[in-house]
Design a protein around this ligand. Structure first.
Ligand code: 6AU
Length: 275
């Protein structure tokens, strides 16, 4: 399956512009690290993105937590994405009817579709959430991830819910490029005899930490090696493990942690494709 192929080989097989660009960037920068920059001030956000930029393939944002948000933030984020060559993933977790999510994606204060290469959605409303978002994102070359599983204790996204999410994605492979999940989804939920050999969904995995096994609010962490080598996932998403927990950002420490997670994630990938 795709887990044994190089990111470069997989890039060639992807029709979606954003999936291809992500895989090419991963290969070029030797990085399967996505940093989740969940801070509330514009200046902290931009200084973290600038310092982790060289080590990442993707920046994940929650723009709606930034207190002093304005459109210069997006302009500066785009400049940094060109300077350091990474893609942008707004972690919006859409979860409404098609018409509403199309408006939330295209309009409002954030106009997410105009700057975010990748976004994500909960499959809970059914296939109409994909067609609603695709009506906005596909003409712009954007890609969507479905939340097939979650990293939190007691998650309801398991079993037949996860299988149904994968079936929904399979029916919309032009726009759905993969999943937020904890393991590979190759063949999950396939009918008996149904061939899924040609599918290659990207697995982006949060809940990654080297120095902690969880937080006090239900988050659970695994190491890059457990995620990439043992579970066959493609991208590690790391937030507090890199930017820290206190209110003051130590920019030197942020750089060191980004380097450390990049190296761990890449070593696990190299081990995987060689085995
Ligand atoms: O590394 P952390 O725990 O500081 O941050 C993890 C990030 C947060 C969450 O909103 C997000 O990953 N996340 C997601 C995503 C990416 O969709 C899903 C999930 O199951 N767990 C999770 O933590 O920004």
């Amino acid at each position: 399956g795709p887990a044994s192929l190089s990111y470069a080989a997989r890039a060639k097989k992807h029709a979606n512009v954003s999936a291809r660009a992500l895989l090419e960037t991963m290969e070029l920068k030797r990085s399967n690290l996505c940093v989740s920059v969940d801070v509330t001030s514009k200046s902290d956000f931009l200084s973290i993105v600038d310092v982790v930029g060289p080590y990442i393939c993707l920046v994940k944002t929650h723009v709606d937590i930034i207190e002093d948000f304005d459109h210069t933030l997006i302009e500066q984020l785009r400049e940094l994405s060109v300077k350091h060559d990474f893609l942008i993933f707004e972690d919006r977790k859409f979860a409404d009817i098609g018409n509403t999510v199309a408006l939330q994606y295209s309009s409002g204060v954030y106009k997410i579709a105009s700057w975010s290469h990748i976004t994500n959605a909960h499959p809970v409303p059914g296939p109409s959430i994909i067609s609603g978002l695709a009506s906005v994102g596909l003409p712009l070359g954007r890609g969507l991830l479905l939340l097939a599983e979650m990293s939190t204790k007691g998650s309801l996204a398991t079993g037949s819910y996860t299988e149904e999410a994968v079936r929904m994605a399979r029916a919309h492979r032009d726009f759905v490029i993969g999943f937020i999940a904890q393991r590979r989804m190759d063949g999950v939920g396939a009918a008996p005899g149904e061939s899924t050999d040609d599918e290659d969904f990207l697995i982006l995995t949060p809940g990654v930490g080297l120095d902690s096994r969880g937080d006090s609010m239900g988050q659970q962490y695994r190491t890059p090696r457990e995620v990439i080598l043992d579970s066959g996932c493609d991208v590690i998403i790391v937030g507090r493990g890199i930017y820290g927990k206190g209110s003051n950002v130590d920019i030197q420490a942020v750089q060191e942690q980004a380097e450390r997670y990049r190296a761990e994630g890449w070593a696990a990938y190299q081990k995987r494709i060689k085995s």
